[in-house]
Design a protein around this ligand. Structure first.
Ligand SMILES: [Zn+2]
Length: 125
């Protein structure tokens, strides 16, 4: 679909902001679901969170959920960082090497903070 038409200057700040904002909402929603906050706000979360110390909340969360929550949270952090970079005017520039990130990559992954090369390096760490 995208190859059928060209988008002028590609990924501009407005396009990126729209994509990131909706991505952020989606992640927040997923996180809320995962944490049980949306399931039944009046009862479930109050019971679970009010039941005791942080430790008791921890034991109610299975490892799979924890892993998913970590993933969602880190994605959310990336989106927040990307939104901050739009504000700073540094969006679309690799945070490691300072080179522009290709539009195609930003369109696929609006929260990208690194070019493909630096990303694969950082993932290998
Ligand atoms: Zn780079």
């Amino acid at each position: 679909m995208p190859s059928a038409r060209r988008y002028g200057s590609g990924m501009n700040a407005d396009t990126a902001k729209t994509a990131l904002t909706s991505e952020r909402e989606r992640l927040l929603n997923d996180l809320a679901h995962l944490r049980g906050e949306l399931v039944d706000p009046g009862r479930d979360s109050a019971e679970r969170l009010g039941a005791g110390s942080d430790d008791s909340v921890e034991t109610l969360t299975n490892e799979l959920d924890e892993g998913m929550e970590d993933d969602l949270q880190s994605s959310l952090d990336e989106v927040d960082e990307a939104l901050k970079r739009i504000g700073d005017g540094t969006y679309g520039i690799c945070i490691d090497c300072g080179q522009p990130i290709p539009d195609k990559r930003l369109e696929a992954l609006p929260a990208s903070a690194r070019c493909i090369e630096c990303q694969s390096k950082s993932e290998r760490r």
